[in-house]
Write a protein that binds this ligand. Structure first.
Ligand code: DX5
Ligand code: ZN
Length: 202
């Protein structure tokens, strides 16, 4: 692989200074920003790096607001909708790229039928909810299976990924790395981002 794209998750950052935190990460070399949205949280605006991870119960209702706010990609959870096909279509019609996420308890076979219609699969490596949780290595077979079946699909991992765990993700075939606390809590986010990226090109 020629290096993963690194998307810091700002869930662990200083939310009162979100704009500054986003800029700090882009200045530190982030390829994109992984923005976690939960029910009740406000949206953001502007830019070309905004990849939304919608951990919400009704993802249908936020497509248009996020598009208007300037989101570039809209990732929803397969578990949260009864009609993934319609949602994929709506996201595209609103000019955003499509990401499809599965929680740890969801087997990858449920995602497979949609793989050719999406831009990115997100394999969660923790239960969605908050940063700083322990990486679930037993999710790696899902990543590996997807990589084998869909060689050109972008595959993102999210949850507990940092310098100690990223090599397992890269080996399995992930090419988009979300990392929250490992980057945000570092005094030198640039070096962490570079380290994470370089593991993918080894
Ligand atoms: C978890 C979120 C993640 C989280 C990652 O529910 O989707 O994006 O912020 O944080 P770390 O890397 O600390 O697990
Ligand atoms: Zn996330």
């Amino acid at each position: 692989a020629s290096g993963c794209k690194i998307g810091p998750s700002i869930l662990n950052s200083d939310l009162a200074n979100l704009g500054a935190e986003c800029l700090r990460m882009l200045d530190s070399g982030a390829d994109y920003l992984h923005l976690d949205v939960m029910d009740g949280h406000p949206a953001l605006q502007g830019g070309q790096f905004f990849y939304m991870h919608m951990m919400v119960s009704r993802p249908e209702q936020w497509v248009k607001p996020m598009a208007v706010a300037g989101a570039n990609q809209y990732t929803f959870h397969l578990e949260a909708t009864e009609n993934p096909g319609a949602l994929i279509k709506d996201i595209r019609e609103n000019g955003m790229k499509v990401g499809l996420a599965i929680k740890p308890g969801t087997t990858v076979e449920y995602l497979a039928p949609w793989a050719n219609q999406i831009d990115m699969a997100l394999v969660m490596t923790v239960e969605p909810g908050f940063g700083g949780q322990k990486f679930m290595e037993d999710m790696m077979p899902k990543v590996h299976w997807l990589r084998t079946q869909f060689p050109s699909l972008d595959i993102e991992v999210d949850g507990g990924v940092g310098p100690d765990t990223v090599h397992k993700c890269a080996e399995a075939g992930a090419n988009m790395i979300v990392s929250g606390s490992a980057i945000m809590k570092s005094e030198d986010p640039r070096s962490v981002i570079n380290l994470l990226r370089n593991v993918c090109s080894e």
